[in-house]
Design a protein around this ligand. Structure first.
Ligand SMILES: [Zn+2]
Length: 376
């Protein structure tokens, strides 16, 4: 089983923060008849644990029962177990015989799942088990999401803890809450909760891949004092739109050289011509690369031609920088109804430069910005 091989390579070698494939496309034995494929003994055991997990409702923010199930699982096996105010569960598993001196390894999975169902389903996620269906080499659920994310990660961790005969160090099994919504479980975990200095997250979705490192993420709420004032006589109102970008997931697709419309629109305007910001709207989710953005600005009509020329040149520049963004369009349009008020030119420049051009780098006091590190 490739995934387990990778996992053990990870235990032996890597330090902080990587993921293993979560067997999301694996199968469970058909309850109505003989298995159609030979899963192998380990996979069969893991999938049996996954099936047991699937009996327990565990939508995000409704994890008390799966947390209690985990506590009971640990108590039945005599493993010390702790919970905290965020319903995280931490199970301490002793080392296999002969491995007491090996460094402790933490295995982490999240206990919540995304709860979605078909429009005509009467499934009640607050009470009903997920109904698993064996479909050849695939496992699926009847009319609902499967919950392999991250139930199979939980199942792998539990399997490694209880499977007799494995040569392994002491484990800390950490099961966190609310990963699919706001990660309050992981965020609320006490800093000294773990003894382990080696940590393996089991929540990736590409089978056969081990990721060394971690993509950090921070949501920033920025408050800047800004003053609006009436437009000057003669100033006109324009809309500048960047549109048609590929967008995508800010974690999964961040390496694909995709453009962010918010950043582009700020770059297009930064030091172009004097203007005053009226509004700026772009993006709908923290974890999405923004595909479209609109900025409304006040401009002296005498600067209109210069701005148009700047935008034409900028569009060419961007097409060279992002050759795959073939749908890119940048449009400047005079709006028929002028706005009542806009920021000063100075406030506009500050906002564009600090927030949209240089982003978090402009805020050196901001704690917990993502960093990368790796050791092996
Ligand atoms: Zn997940």
């Amino acid at each position: 089983m490739i995934t387990m091989g990778l996992l053990w390579a990870g235990l032996a070698c890597f330090a902080l923060g990587f993921s293993i494939s979560a067997l999301a496309a694996e199968v469970v034995p058909d309850q109505q008849g003989p298995a159609l494929v030979d899963d192998g003994a380990d996979t069969t055991r893991i999938l049996a644990i996954f099936e047991a997990i699937s009996q327990v409702p565990r939508c995000s923010k409704d994890e008390e029962r799966i947390a209690a199930w985990l506590v009971q699982w640990a108590e039945e096996r005599g493993f010390p177990v702790k919970t905290d105010a965020f319903s995280n569960v931490l199970i301490s598993v002793p080392a296999a015989e002969g491995y007491a001196d090996a460094p402790v390894v933490a295995l982490q999975a999240h206990m919540d799942m995304v709860c979605q169902k078909t429009a005509d389903s009467d499934h009640d996620f607050t009470t009903d088990p997920i109904r698993l269906v064996r479909d050849g080499e695939w496992l699926r659920a009847t009319d609902t999401t499967l919950g392999a994310d991250d139930g199979i990660g939980m199942a792998i961790a539990l399997f490694l803890a209880e499977e007799p005969g494995l040569k392994r160090p002491a484990l800390e099994l950490l099961f966190t809450t609310d990963e699919e919504v706001d990660m309050t479980g992981a965020e609320g975990l006490a800093e000294d909760a773990l003894k382990a200095e080696r940590f393996i997250n089991i929540d990736s979705d590409t089978e056969g891949f081990v990721t060394l490192g971690a993509a950090g993420g921070v949501t920033m709420e920025i408050t800047l004092p800004l003053a609006f004032a009436p437009l000057s006589p003669g100033q006109a109102t324009y809309s500048l739109r960047v549109d048609g970008l590929l967008g995508g997931h800010s974690g999964v697709e961040i390496h694909k050289n995709r453009a962010n419309a918010n950043v582009l629109i700020a770059r297009a305007l930064n030091e172009a011509v004097p203007f005053r910001l009226i509004s700026f709207a772009g993006g709908s989710a923290d974890n999405a690369i923004t595909p479209a953005s609109e900025l409304v600005l006040a401009l002296e009509p005498e600067h209109e031609d210069a701005l148009k020329a700047r935008i034409v040149a900028f569009e060419q520049e961007i097409r060279g920088e992002y050759p795959e963004e073939t749908g890119l369009s940048v449009t400047l349009e005079a709006l028929p109804n002028p706005a009542d008020a806009a920021l000063s030119a100075a406030d506009t420049a500050r906002l564009i430069e600090r927030v949209f051009t240089n982003g978090p780098k402009s805020f050196p006091d901001c704690p917990r910005l993502p960093t990368t590190s790796a050791s092996c």
